[in-house]
Design a protein around this ligand. Structure first.
Ligand SMILES: [Zn+2]
Length: 199
């Protein structure tokens, strides 16, 4: 249990630092989490802190319903989404959510992100679906929209919340962060390509 926790904690802190450095999430927006294997618990980003400010000191642990179990900080308001994804899909170990500009731009204009690059096709396999959720964080009521996209294609490793941002999932948070980076990079190329074609 202790080793599992240490592994999850290191994954969380490494993914937070790396995602912040990548620049796909600035300020205090976005959030990430990791499952603590063998438990119904997750480490989540505290609300109001940037990815770059995630440390051992503000480590925040909740159950899958977002109830604080360890720590003194307020868990991210997106805990409902994170917890429900862990509950329903046991293969997910880490989730990274970012408000990345090109992915948002694509989501405002298209129903999916086309995989325009060779490596996005290799890695993501199918276009990344856009899900229209109107609340500022995904609520219990909005979850069926997410589940229907996920259940339709079990290989789904990401989706984009319309006008809001990327949600990437993988066996670890570091891998989920890499998927989010790949999606933002692909969205930038896809958007520029569309603009170029319109000239
Ligand atoms: Zn968000």
């Amino acid at each position: 249990m202790y080793r599992e926790f240490m592994k999850a904690k290191n994954d969380f802190l490494q993914a937070a630092a790396r995602t912040y450095e990548s620049g796909i999430q600035t300020g205090t927006g976005g959030n990430l989490s990791v499952r603590i294997p063998g438990t119904d618990l997750m480490i989540v980003k505290p609300s109001g802190y940037s990815y770059g400010q995630c440390t051992e000191e503000n480590l925040t642990i909740t159950d899958f319903d977002g109830n604080l179990q360890e720590g003194t900080y307020k868990p991210t308001r997106e805990s409902t989404l994170h917890g429900n994804l862990y509950k329903r899909y046991p293969n997910i170990g880490g989730i990274v959510h970012t408000h990345s500009p090109y992915a948002i731009q694509i989501s405002l204009n298209f129903s999916e992100l086309e995989l325009v690059t060779m490596h996005s096709k290799l890695k993501l396999k199918h276009p990344v679906k856009v899900i229209d959720v109107t609340t500022q964080a995904v609520t219990e009521e909005e979850l069926p929209k997410v589940f229907s996209v996920m259940d339709e294609d079990p290989s789904t490793s990401a989706f984009i919340l319309k006008g809001h941002g990327i949600v990437a999932m993988a066996s670890s948070a570091v891998k989920a962060g890499q998927i989010a980076e790949l999606i933002e990079e692909t969205a930038q190329i896809a958007w520029n390509q569309k603009m170029y074609q319109m000239k």
